[in-house]
Design a protein around this ligand. Structure first.
Ligand code: HEM
Length: 512
């Protein structure tokens, strides 16, 4: 008889507890985004209506305070709305926010031990070792391989235009970016434009195609609930994509080590790191072969593969988006398009190059206006729409009475900040000139497209060069036909990137 009242009492207590939890920011005096129980701000992500980057931008727009209390599922987290505070957290106060707080299990799942996920001293050690791989000298060394992929892009477009002058530029740039990663990072001889069925492309496109529920749960938990991802791995869950990439990498490394093959690419630098424990600053000597007996190797193949994999994830979508959005925006601004194209023509002429010649690193570096265009593109469409950190020691928020406690996840909406007119006047306009040194029509403190501080993008130079090569090759070889101005709409995606609802169409014709 007492069972039903007891059950009711339990339900009431549970309800009170849950309500209490989901209003705790309010009680702490922090501006709060009202929570939808049980998923908090993740409700529309779980319903696959909006991606997390868009949800965070919407919250950013709805509030005005420096910090906003949010619930990521049931986890109390903080959205930083103030660009200066965000920068401070990532730079001067980095010691209180050095981790991302995402899933990593180095011991049982070495493939998760990549630079993006690692914490504390493990991250710092690896970051120090990998940093020389992305120096301007090393990128110059790899430039030939990047340029080769750019030429394949041009040949592909020439072929495509025979049938249809309107191309899906995001798809084309995705193939370009994935091939750069395949050849520069995985050390493969690939041409996915000609042979889309190659092993690397198959594996990488299965990442996009794999819609299995387990993969979705695993990917989301890595970000918002790392213990679930850890549990899944301990129970034997393995990402098929990761293991295929590891096996492929293992074969390439073994082949190179056995046959003393040297290529100027990132894989060569990673092999060097595995054999000698460091990469070295010298940009010429570093490509020499150095081998060590198995027991003396400083890194397992798994650890090397983990880095290559994160370079693939972090480098391909961001590069493809930066290149495709730049061309898409230029097609809507005839004056800017003309200026960009005239600059490419003039720089090629200055360096005695023809549009079909191999470009040089110096020529691409000389394309200053194109650099401003890429800067404006990644402002308007940030490669990562939000940054994340975990508070690693209690932190009194400057200018407020609030203390962020250790363990609290921190989110910074780059998408929100970059489209905020306080920092970037007329934020929906595409205006590369805002970055002109004598115009500076923006607040520099708010411009962080590659993140900030010791954990900023390790490959920002490479990201810019890859995108510039693609855009310059297109402008040098094709006419971009003007199209009416239209703001893109964003679709749901489980990955933390901005994906458009419709593709990005570009009308091109061959240049004489
Ligand atoms: C236009 C292209 C790119 C953009 C816009 C971009 C943007 C970013 C951003 C915003 C972050 C987070 C930084 C932070 O939390 O402070 C990041 C991190 C990272 N990026 Fe990039 N990225 C680009 C290209 C690349 C490329 C080509 C690679 C590799 C080949 C790469 C590898 C990484 C890695 C490994 C991290 C993690 C760094 C760490 O935690 O130490 N990125 N990137």
């Amino acid at each position: 008889m007492w069972v039903i009242p007891l059950l009711l009492l339990c339900l009431v207590l549970l309800y009170k507890y849950v309500r209490h939890h989901y209003t705790s920011w309010q009680r702490l005096g922090v501006d709060e985004e009202p929570a939808q129980i049980p998923f908090g701000i993740m409700t529309s992500v779980m319903k696959q209506e909006k991606s997390l980057g868009v949800v965070l931008r919407d919250i950013y727009d709805r509030h005005t305070e420096k910090i906003v209390g949010i619930y990521m599922m049931n986890k109390r987290s903080i959205l930083i709305r103030d660009a200066v505070l965000a920068r401070q957290i990532m730079t001067t106060d980095f010691h209180s926010f050095h981790d991302r707080g995402v899933y990593v299990d180095e011991e049982k799942d070495p493939l998760s031990g990549n630079l993006f996920n690692l914490r504390g001293a493990s991250w710092r050690n690896l970051r120090q070792k990998l940093t020389p791989s992305f120096s301007s000298g090393k990128i110059k060394g790899m430039f030939g391989t990047i340029d080769d992929v750019g030429d394949k892009l041009v040949q592909h477009l020439e072929g495509t235009l025979e049938q249809n002058e309107v191309v899906e530029i995001k798809d084309v740039m995705t193939t370009y970016a994935v091939d750069i990663i395949g050849s520069v990072i995985f050390g493969l001889e690939i041409d996915s434009f000609k042979n889309p069925q190659n092993e690397f492309r198959e594996i990488s496109s299965s990442t996009a195609k794999d819609k299995s529920l387990l993969l979705k749960i695993h990917n989301m938990s890595m970000f918002i609930c790392p213990p679930i991802a850890k549990l899944m791995n301990r129970l034997g869950y393995e990402s098929r994509i990761l293991t295929s990439l590891r096996d492929m990498m293992k074969r390439t490394i073994e082949f190179r080590e056995k046959n003393n093959v040297v290529r100027k690419d990132l894989l060569q630098l990673l092999i060097r790191l595995r054999n000698t424990g460091k990469i070295g600053e010298d940009d010429d000597e570093v490509w020499d072969v150095e081998t060590a007996q198995d027991q003396l190797k400083s890194m397992s193949i798994e650890k090397i593969a983990a880095q290559a994999f994160v370079f693939y994830v972090a480098g391909s979508e961001s590069t493809a988006a930066a290149s495709a959005f730049t061309l898409y925006e230029l097609s809507m601004y005839p004056e800017l398009l003309k200026q960009a194209r005239e600059e490419v023509d003039a720089v090629l002429k200055k360096h005695n190059l023809k549009p079909k010649d191999k470009f040089t690193y110096e020529a691409v570096q000389d394309m200053k206006f194109l650099e401003l265009c890429i800067m404006e593109t990644i402002r308007k469409y940030p490669g990562l729409p939000f940054l994340n950190r975990e508070c690693t020691e209690d932190y009194p928020v400057p200018g407020t009475n609030h203390v962020i406690t250790k363990g609290t996840p921190i989110l910074i909406s780059l998408f929100g900040i970059n489209r905020d007119p306080i920092y970037f006047p007329n934020p929906n306009d595409y205006d590369p000139h805002r970055f002109d040194a004598d115009i500076m029509n923006y607040n520099p403190a708010a411009y962080m497209p590659f993140g900030e501080g010791p954990r900023h993008c390790i490959a920002l130079r490479m990201g810019k060069i890859n995108s510039k090569v693609a855009v310059a090759k297109v402008l040098a070889n094709f006419n971009v036909i003007q199209s009416p101005r239209k703001e893109v709409e964003f679709a749901f995606d489980a990955a933390p990137v901005l994906v458009t609802k419709e593709g990005l169409k570009l009308h091109l014709t061959k240049r004489n």
